[in-house]
Write a protein of this length. Structure first.
Length: 428
């Protein structure tokens, strides 16, 4: 009986092993991003027909067309969009290892969208494919996604609209290995559309933003949702935040020097040293035929971790920010600037009192132009006014009366848990 059992076990193993060997020999499926219906992180980028690729040399774009011919020549694989090789996608041998299925088998005969940079070889445009997630297979009859209309030229009237808006985790699906962003979901498309609708409603010339993952994400958001708004200047600088969130500015007006204060050390109020938890960003704006001015963007320490520890850090950040502004005003008492953003504290808090200062150099506020019940953080039970625009004494003289507003909204309607703050200043 024992011999029979032993023989049966051996027989089962013998039959199972070839099956497992066959399974192991099966090629892995292509990356999910290359499958029809999948949405890679770049899916929202502008898409052009392959015939128009020649007009976008040195640009990062998405090209759509059908691969009519695929040839592996050993050292290079050509994915041709026509037999004359008017435009082709190329895969170099050094990148074959990135493809579990050879590219020529993966994409020949398929209608695809390819994301990359258009280059030229022998006067013909081409796009290099390094990884399969640059390519998305689409239906043969897939229409090109609609692109926002080109921005209509706007002449600067002499009055500038400045706004600040915490956009609540404007993140993409890519994992940044150098930041703890994997715990933050990419911003849903519906939220992005609502956010864009709110930004259109604001219609600011200069817009300060908080909680942006990085410049690339912001540029893609602007290209996809705000391409007709004229925001050709996109500024976003790496910060000290563990998740990577940055302070940013988008502007229709020309931008000059940009300064980050993320490396400035200052006292943490308990005998140690600290830095801005995110950054203090300074962007010089250069309006045509009008005086230049600076926009300081802040995102002070949140109240997570308790008021005692977080309040101490916010106070330290406020002192550091005020010292930088005092240096600016000492050098030029008539300096034009605003400081705006998410201060994570109320108007009468110690940190806000420090930032505003007192005496002749005190920053001016415009809260008298909004109802006392106004809130900028719109989530119950913590609804409060924590986002502001303050102006230097000289800038405040250019404030347009009654222009300060906080647009009341909700996360569902506006795409964020904050409401935007807006003010206008007459520069000429």
């Amino acid at each position: 009986m024992k011999r029979m059992r032993y023989f049966s076990i051996c027989l089962v193993l013998a039959l199972a092993l070839p099956l497992r060997a066959q399974d192991a020999a099966k090629p892995a499926e292509p990356a999910a991003a290359s499958q029809p219906g999948a949405s890679p992180a770049w899916a929202g980028k502008p898409v052009v027909k392959w015939q128009d690729a020649k007009n976008h040399v040195d640009e990062e774009i998405v090209v759509q067309g059908r691969i009519v011919q695929a040839r592996n020549m050993g050292s290079i694989t050509f994915l041709n969009f026509d037999t004359a090789r008017t435009f082709t996608a190329v895969v170099h041998q050094r990148n074959y290892k990135n493809f579990t299925t050879p590219a020529e088998k993966m994409f020949e005969g398929k209608t695809v969208r390819i994301h990359g940079i258009i280059s030229e070889y022998r006067d013909k445009p081409q796009i290099e494919v390094i990884k399969p997630d640059q390519v998305m297979i689409v239906a043969d009859d897939a229409p090109l996604p609609e692109r926002p209309a080109a921005p209509a030229p706007r002449e600067f009237s002499g009055t500038v609209t400045i706004a600040t808006f915490n956009v609540l985790n404007l993140f993409d699906a890519h994992d940044d290995p150098y930041h703890l962003d994997e715990g933050t979901d990419p911003k849903p498309e519906a939220e992005q559309k609502n956010l864009a609708a709110m930004i259109r409603k604001i219609d600011a010339d200069v817009l300060a933003l908080e909680e942006v993952e990085n410049e690339g994400v912001l540029k893609q958001f602007v290209e996809t949702h705000l391409g007709d708004m004229g925001y050709k200047n996109v500024v976003s600088i790496a910060s000290n935040d563990r998740r990577g969130i940055e302070c940013s500015v988008v502007s229709r007006l020309p931008v000059g020097p940009v300064t980050s204060y993320r490396f400035v050390d200052f006292s943490d109020g308990s005998g140690g040293q600290t830095r801005f938890q995110r950054d203090l960003l300074r962007v010089r704006i250069l309006p045509p035929e009008a005086p230049a001015f600076d926009v300081f963007v802040v995102h002070l320490k949140s109240k997570r971790g308790g008021e005692e520890s977080s309040g101490r850090i916010r106070t330290a950040e406020a002192k550091a920010a005020r010292a930088i502004m005092d240096e600016t005003l000492k050098a030029d008492p008539a300096a034009l600037f605003v400081i705006c953003g998410d201060f994570n504290d109320t108007f009468d808090s110690p940190s806000l009192k420090l930032i505003r200062g007192d005496g002749d150099s005190a920053l001016r506020d415009f809260l008298h132009d909004v109802p006392k019940s106004t809130v900028s953080y719109n989530q119950a039970p913590y609804k409060s006014m924590i986002d502001f625009i303050f102006a230097s004494p000289a800038m405040a003289k250019r404030y347009e009366a009654k222009s300060y507003q906080v647009i009341q909204s909700s996360k569902k309607e506006g795409g964020s848990d904050h409401n935007p703050v807006v003010a206008r200043f007459k520069l000429k």
